[in-house]
Ligand binder design. Structure first.
Ligand SMILES: [Zn+2]
Ligand SMILES: [Zn+2]
Length: 263
């Protein structure tokens, strides 16, 4: 926001905030849950607000849809609560049972044969908005959660929009099945986010998961786990596609990966 308010020689650009990571959780031999998480940012210029968009896609074998259901906290082991979909959160104010219900509602609708079920909701306190969808690709089933977080104008730590994220109070979430209209009186973080569309981000993230392509583009992280549970993790170190760095623009990338230039 320093750069936005004071000029290009100040602060960092929103591109520098982007990050992508893949976790592979092995539940038992032959049963894996993959999770890709990406963060990107945009600035709403009409009403200066730094918006973070977080997309997390949980992918399982198409015949193992049951792995996408969230079970109540009392029935989760400590390890289970670190495995998707249980480690997915919306904001500090969420009521866990609401989140469980909405995620499960989308999975149940898919089970009942609905084509592209989705649910949208927003936090009544910090205005974080979220969209949960389910889709199929190759032999996988993917639960996609995208959320938009408005962090405020970022010029003072006392900014009321920033402070809202620091309050530890629970709040009701407003939910609508399908599209979420938001509070029309306020600028919606989701509506303000104008960088690449949610659909193109989803395609990019799914392309990383297909045939475990992320193993070609990303670097495996080696953590010391100190006896705790830790999934295998890869992250994208080269945040900028190589193509852009070599030719300065994005050519038609439908036939190859812009990160590793692999077909
Ligand atoms: Zn909230
Ligand atoms: Zn690649």
């Amino acid at each position: 926001m320093m750069r936005f308010s004071h000029g290009p020689e100040y602060g960092i650009g929103t591109e520098d905030i982007s990050y992508t990571e893949v976790q592979v959780h092995s539940l038992q031999p032959g049963t894996q849950v993959s999770l890709i998480s990406s963060i990107d940012a945009d600035i709403c210029s009409t009403n200066p607000n730094l918006i973070l968009r977080v997309q997390q896609i949980i992918s399982v074998d198409r015949h193992k849809r049951y792995l996408l259901y969230r079970c109540p906290p009392t029935r989760r082991s400590i390890k289970r609560s670190m495995i998707p979909p249980h480690n997915i959160t919306i904001c500090e104010h969420q009521d866990d049972s609401d989140i469980d219900d909405w995620f499960n509602q989308v999975v149940k609708a898919h089970r009942a044969g609905e084509k592209k079920p989705s649910v949208s909701f927003g936090c009544g306190h910090c205005d974080t908005e979220a969209l949960v969808e389910i889709l199929e690709f190759e032999h996988q089933l993917a639960l996609v959660m995208t959320k938009w977080i408005g962090l405020g104008a970022g010029l003072t730590p006392e900014d009321p929009q920033w402070r809202k994220h620091c309050d530890w109070k629970s709040s009701t979430m407003r939910c609508t099945k399908g599209e979420y209209a938001g509070d029309s009186a306020k600028a919606s973080a989701r509506a303000c986010f104008e960088r690449a569309s949610t659909e193109s981000l989803r395609s990019r993230n799914i392309a990383f998961l297909k045939d475990q392509h992320f193993k070609k583009c990303m670097t495996q992280n080696t953590f010391l786990s100190f006896g705790h549970y830790a999934p295998d993790t890869w992250s994208l170190r080269n945040k900028y596609p190589r193509v852009i760095r070599s030719v300065g623009r994005i050519p038609d990338s439908s036939s190859f990966c812009t990160y590793c230039l692999d077909k």
